[in-house]
Design a protein around this ligand. Structure first.
Ligand code: PLP
Length: 425
């Protein structure tokens, strides 16, 4: 954006979004910082910048948070955290992490390929491989670095990465880093995938997700796999939001469809249902051995903290031993969906625990978010570039640990504010 925000006095903070601040006309890379900071400061002052407000409690149904406008500590009903099975603060998980802290100290102090592999990491990888029914599983420091390392570790210039148009930034960034040719097919559209595959020759990787993180819809895996196989493409399935949640045993959307062996690369994160941090790739031993040398986001980065690894290992154990957590989650999802439907709220195509509350107004989303916050509800506004322009929404994340009362309270507040603001009729 070449013009300064303050020069346009008639413009309000909500007239801008991140795309206004990608470019400046100057040769100095720092030239963009000032106009952006003018907007940012005004957005903060007016209570429209609702990101990164610090929480001082675990991500429970009820949280304490310091809001950004007056720096006041407030109590909120939380419908924003990923903690799908409520495991991040389970006493057994905390105890396992504390014991690991005593045994190993805070960090691994090295890359996994050099000195940073501890026995707790090996145990976690073995437990994951067993859970997924695969020869091997590799742990990465984050879910983001998992996709980046996996895709850029395997694909090369001249190859093809063909991803769903709604694929997560980590898939997109991994593909860009690989310097392969990158194409996108229409969201969840096997016919368009076929069209794109037909136009390519050489090595091909199709990258899709189990549950899409911003829309909460599930991929049509059988149809997508059939097309990918027809054209000899390998398939990467990112189950960040579906692992430990979908499937009779919690092994994700691939298990749900009975297609675990047809998927070549299984990816997941520990930051969602397991309430921790980190990510994994599960597949063949050959894939593991190759990635060990070539997944640069893992090779050139310190190993996941042993404290987190131990907590995640305990979360994994609980997720397997307590299928009732998944059952409760699905009961909660059914409950809130029926309440939202009764009220006529637009939840897009969601069928999962990720439920977008479609606002489709990029300018008003922050103002609405601020009103919701003042009304006691913590919901994150999602705007471009996380979603396409004019597809802004609030994203509800349901946990097994929510009570029906909390969900009812959340829907009542949401509906009241959306009606007052004319978003919901
Ligand atoms: C589909 C998908 N993949 C990967 C990630 C990155 O995971 P993490 O936050 O654990 O780094 C996310 C995060 O939201 C995601 O939605």
């Amino acid at each position: 954006m070449a013009t300064r925000v303050e020069a346009q006095t008639s413009m309000s903070v909500s007239d801008y979004d991140y795309s206004s601040f990608f470019y400046s006309s100057s040769d100095d890379p720092f030239a963009i910082l000032e106009p952006y900071n003018e907007w940012y400061t005004r957005a903060l002052q007016q209570g429209y910048y609702l990101f990164s407000q610090p929480m001082s409690t675990p991500p429970r149904g009820k949280i304490d948070l310091t809001e950004g406008l007056h720096h006041q500590h407030i109590k909120l009903l939380n419908l924003s955290s990923y903690n799908y099975l409520g495991l991040s603060y389970r006493p057994e998980v905390i105890a396992a992490a504390k014991a690991a802290l005593d045994q190993y100290g805070l960090g691994a102090a090295g890359s996994p390929i050099l000195s940073g592999t501890m026995d707790i990491h090996v145990q976690l990888e073995e437990a994951l491989a067993k859970f997924k029914g695969k020869e091997a599983a590799m742990v990465f420091p984050t879910g983001y670095s998992t996709n980046v390392g996996m895709i850029s570790g395997l694909m090369r210039p001249g190859d093809w990465v063909i991803a769903d148009q709604n694929a997560h930034a980590s898939i997109v960034d991994g593909a860009i880093l690989s310097k392969a040719n990158v194409r996108f097919f229409r969201h969840n559209n096997p016919a368009d995938l076929e069209k794109k595959l037909k136009q390519t020759t050489g090595k091909k990787l199709v990258a899709i997700e189990g549950v899409y993180s911003m829309d909460g819809d599930v991929c049509p895996l059988p149809e997508l796999l059939a097309v990918a196989k027809k054209y000899g493409a390998r398939v990467l399935l990112d189950e960040a939001h579906s692992a430990f949640v979908y499937g009779a045993n919690g092994r994700g959307v691939a298990e749900h469809y009975g297609l675990e062996d047809e998927v070549d690369i299984h990816i997941g994160t520990f930051s969602k249902a397991l309430g921790g941090q980190g990510g994994y790739v599960a597949g063949t031993r050959n894939l593991y051995n190759y990635l060990k040398g070539f997944a640069r986001s893992r090779v050139f980065s310190c190993t996941l903290s042993p404290v987190v690894a131990a907590g995640v290992l305990k979360s994994l154990e609980i997720a397997q031993k307590e299928p009732q957590l998944r059952e409760q989650l699905w009961k909660n999802v059914a409950h809130i969906r029926s309440r939202l439907e009764d009220e006529g709220v637009d939840v897009g195509e969601s069928t999962s625990q990720v439920i977008p509350i479609m606002v489709r107004n990029d300018r008003r989303i922050f103002e609405l978010g601020h009103k919701l916050l003042r009304a006691g509800l913590y919901l994150q506004p999602i705007i471009y570039p996380a979603v396409a322009k004019h597809r802004s929404r609030f994203r509800v994340s349901i946990s097994a640990s929510h009570t029906f009362e909390q969900l009812d309270e959340g829907v009542a507040t949401l509906v009241r504010v959306l009606r007052e603001e004319g978003i919901l009729v």
